[in-house]
Design a protein around this ligand. Structure first.
Ligand code: HEC
Length: 212
């Protein structure tokens, strides 16, 4: 009996010593990384999956989220992509080719037109003005903080495809609206601008005919 308990205590003492001596300085293998590390959506995370190296993060962690849609895919409910890419700096080929592209969105009914107006006022009115005259509060005839004169959209004689090109890719100091507005919304805003132009042209025409 005595012998047995002595041998047990020697054995457990030896085990304890072995455990203490062997301090692990490496993490173990992660065999379910998505449980060990969170797949959290890291907003504005610049981690580039192509430059990802094993030692750039926790060793063994191969999970990243680069939040870009797969190239060539189209989101559910989204229109077909604009067929023309953005011109390279100094080139204007596609900018002019875009004049041939027709607005794929059919004419808007009153409800959709109201929505297009709302989108215009939120995204464009600050520069181009509520009246589309290119004199929104950000420009204020040159006194506002914005340095460049926005185009007068009420009189702008530009094909709809070319407008779409500039709204999508930006034009000089005007930024791109590709990420803020869906393609459908951009085409709808163009319908709204054109409808306002029609009103302006008719009222000018009637004013001219009304003249003696
Ligand atoms: C921050 C100010 C600003 C906002 C907001 C803005 N624009 Fe502009 N926009 C400009 C300026 C400045 C120009 C003139 C660019 C140039 O030709 O140098 C311009 C030019 C344009 C043109 C003519 C492009 C061309 O090819 O000549 C169109 C069309 C246009 N804007 C539409 C829009 C629409 C639609 C929106 C809203 C989705 C919008 N803009 C929002 C400043 C703005």
């Amino acid at each position: 009996m005595m012998k047995k308990s002595i041998s047990i205590s020697i054995l457990s003492g030896a085990l304890l010593l072995a455990a203490c001596n062997n301090i692990r300085r490496e993490p173990g293998h992660v065999y379910m990384p998505d449980m060990a590390y969170s797949r959290a959506y890291e907003t504005y995370d610049a981690r580039d999956s192509t430059k990802f190296t094993e030692d750039s993060m926790h060793p063994g962690d191969k999970i990243f989220y680069d939040n870009m849609p797969v190239a060539g895919t189209i989101a559910r409910g989204e229109d077909l992509p604009f067929p023309l890419a953005k011109d390279k700096p100094g080139d204007t080929l596609n900018y002019f080719a875009s004049r041939q592209i027709q607005n794929p969105v059919p004419p808007l009914d009153a409800k959709d037109m109201k929505e297009a107006e709302r989108l215009y006022l939120i995204n464009c009115g600050i520069c181009h003005g509520v009246a589309l005259d290119g004199n929104g509060p950000l420009y204020k005839g040159g006194e506002g903080p914005f340095p460049a004169a926005p185009k007068n959209l009420a009189t702008l004689d530009m094909p709809e495809g070319q407008m779409f090109y500039s709204i999508t890719y930006g034009k000089n100091l005007m930024g791109s609206y590709e990420s803020q507005l869906t393609r459908q919304q951009r085409w709808e805003i163009i319908h709204y601008i054109k409808s306002k132009q029609k009103v302006t042209t008719t009222s000018t025409a009637s004013a001219t005919t009304a003249k003696p």
